[in-house]
Ligand binder design. Sequence first.
Ligand code: ZN
Length: 300
Amino acid sequence: MTDGARWLRRLAQRVWAECLARSGALWWVQRRLRSQGAVVVLAFHRVLNEQDGRPSFRLPGMIVRPETFAAVLKHMARHHLPVDAAEAEPGGKPGRIRIALTFDDGWADNAGLVTLLSECRCPAVVFVCPSLCGQILPFAAETPTAADRALSWEEIRRMRRAGIRFGAHTRTHAALPELRAEEARAEIAGSKADLERALGEPCTVFAFPYGRTSPALRRQVREAGFARAFALWRGVWTEESDPWDLPRVCVWERSFTGLTGRFSPVMFDYCVFWRAWRANARHLAAREPEPSRVSAGKAA
Ligand SMILES: [Zn+2]
């Protein structure tokens, strides 16, 4: 797609979001989410400014700029209810929509977010790959800089002391459906054991790398002793959700900004609530019935 076509697409999306806002549709969808007691889980990767990570900007879909991230947190703290993805439970009538923040891969820049997260009282869960800690991450830019490494164990421990929670994301960021069952088990259970050894506490949450999962892998995650697992399909978490296939909304800079490049509350409502709501309905309609799913959900 050319730059011009991309810009036109962005323009059309923003005009559409504005129409939905003015018609009351964005307000309506939030009312539905509140009445369902839904949790919306956001999946971030990196919070990076252009100077620190110019080569990394070849993967812009993983990046939010620091000023946008700060605006998102302040907006969330003011209008919604930030919750911990590891402890949140959907249901009830919370009055505000619960939003949980998660970060995938444990990029080193996440260490710089601790103060802002605690000032805005936003809990966060960072999903890390224990075998990659401190290393340049394999899916970083072709010519990685120091900014393209994963958090070190020292940084992880420091962040944990400051209240950030850590979940497992396999040992090596493996594409689990491509592995044999015993290899997948070693990646899943091994990442849990490594984190528990390093942090001295139970690790209860898991996120599937690339969001790639299957019924057999979800069963393995449950058997490894995780209480819940997050995928990357866009949707909302309700009481009906499968605890080992929880949806998340993958977000990046453009999820939150208008055409001027500044934070836009309309784009936030559109990307976080409207698109998640719409995708949720499509996902549930398309999903094949899984006989084990109902009993697995009850066992949680
Ligand atoms: Zn990942």
